[in-house]
Design a protein around this ligand. Structure first.
Ligand code: I3P
Length: 126
């Protein structure tokens, strides 16, 4: 079904650290800058938190907002062309934001790929 309850929207499906590089914002190319990010996946979105040994505390700081990625209509695909690193996939949002995510550890990046792909596939396309 297309109807996602408000409870489902806030349930964390997966969270953990990955390397992240944002390579486009609203269709405009950005200089690639890899950094470790704490990533939180819920039914409709991904939140990227700045690296911290205590991500939960960072998120409690007044005014701190993670970068939020709307997965509705987004695309996810493996890429070997956009990085010299192994195990890289790209998420492209409807708004033209592009993110690369990477882990050297095969099962970690595979789990993330499938979790995000499943979330996208469950959502309405726009
Ligand atoms: C970039 C940096 C990135 C690299 C990128 C370089 O240089 O070394 O790590 O991407 O390659 O341009 P700078 O720090 O000077 O911006 P990968 O690690 O993903 O290969 P690219 O230009 O081929 O994307």
């Amino acid at each position: 079904t297309d109807i996602i309850s408000s409870q489902e929207q806030t349930v964390v499906e997966k969270e953990g650290y990955l390397l992240k590089a944002k390579i486009a914002d609203g269709g405009k190319k950005l200089r690639k800058n890899w950094s470790t990010s704490w990533i939180v996946l819920t039914a409709q979105k991904i939140e990227f938190y700045k690296e911290s040994k205590q991500p939960a505390l960072v998120s409690l700081k007044p005014g701190y907002k993670p970068e939020c990625v709307d997965l509705c209509g987004a695309c996810i695909e493996w890429t070997t062309e956009k990085s010299s690193r192994k195990n890289v996939f790209q998420i492209t949002t409807v708004s033209g934001n592009e993110f690369l995510l990477q882990s050297d550890i095969d099962f970690i990046i595979l789990d993330w790929f499938h979790a995000i792909k499943n979330a996208i596939d469950r959502l309405p396309k726009e």
